[in-house]
Structure formats: C-alpha cells, structure tokens
Design a protein around this ligand. Sequence first.
Ligand code: AMP
Length: 191
Amino acid sequence: MKYVILMGAPGAGKGTQARLLQEALNLPQVASGDLFRHNLKNQTELGRLAQSYMDKGELVPDDVTIAMIRERLSISDCVNGAILDGFPRTLSQAVALDALLAEFNGRICAVPFIRVETDVLVARLLKRAEIEGRADDNEETIQNRMTVYHRQTAPLIDYYREKGVLVEIDGDQPIEQVQQELLHAIECAAE
Ligand code: AMP
C-alpha cells in the first residue's frame, strides 16, 4: 500500500492537484475537509461537531479526525493506498497515521509540500470564496486558518523532511506545471 501525503497551506492547491493525481496514480483522494463537509451536509453527529470548528477556521479535535480517517482508509477503494489531502494537520495526527500505516502494512512514498507565499494564498482563497461560496472562505476565517496552519501544521514539514520523504514543489505556477512536477516527485507511487 502506497500513500502520498500532500502538504501545503490552505489555498496551496492540494485539492486540485489531488484530484488530478488520482487517475495518474490509480489511488483515491482522501480529503479530510471534504469528509467533514460531507458529514455536515448530511447533518451527522460528526458533521455537527465539526461545524463549530470549521466555521472558526479551527482544527477539529484529533481523536475524531483520526477515527474518521481510519474508517475511510479501511474502505476497499484504498486497498492499494491513497492520496491524503488535508490530513495529517497536527503532530499527533502524523504519529497516529504512522501507526495506522504500520498496521495496514503501508508506506509513505512521498510527501510533496506545495509551497506558495502567504499573500498569494489569501488572494486565492478570497477568489474561491466568490466562486464556490465556501462558508469558511471569509476574510476573518481565512486569517485564522493561516495562523492555525503556521502554528499546528507547518511543523510537520520538518517531521517529514527528517524521515527523508519530503519533496518541495513551487505551487505558484500553472496547475499543469505543478501536476507535472508532482508526478515526477512521486515516481515511486506509479511503479
Ligand atoms: P480543508 O477543506 O482541508 O481546508 O478543511 C476545512 C476545515 O476542516 C478545516 O479548517 C478544519 O476545520 C477541518 N479539517 C480538515 N482537515 C482537518 C484535520 N486533518 N484536522 C482537523 N481539522 C481538519
């Protein structure tokens, strides 16, 4: 089982790139934000719990997030692995993922970090707000998501760098160019 973990701040293009990678790598995209939004739409208990955090741009607590991902990765379409988008976002999620992959006999084959400057990210998110109307794409929440990213998620870059799996990609390029560089960086997954 092969796992690709897409790292990058909100607005870096993880979702767009993960969707494109699915076919090339023949692995499903597993996006924690999409899973929460799906639960929210269906008004499940998990959705109701997640909403209060999502509305503020805060992270949903680790225990429920990890349980949700464990369940998703156990579904049969993930039999060969997955492209993780938006998870892990904290050190304890990363440690829990390591344990989960050990249990599944899986391995992380690459952690591409899509790097984009903060002012470009904020402009992109505001534009996405206009197009998609996502509830958490307003200016106040965007600022908080950036703060939360720098405080809680950015340390994972060093975590994966130390494991020797991090690959930096310049995310301030056309979508197709970023995709090409990603595919090149994730060669092991295509084997
Ligand atoms: P995203 O679509 O990835 O930007 O996620 C939207 C929101 O869902 C985030 O601002 C968080 O509130 C929540 N969320 C998504 N992924 C995680 C995660 N791995 N840990 C905690 N909260 C998450």
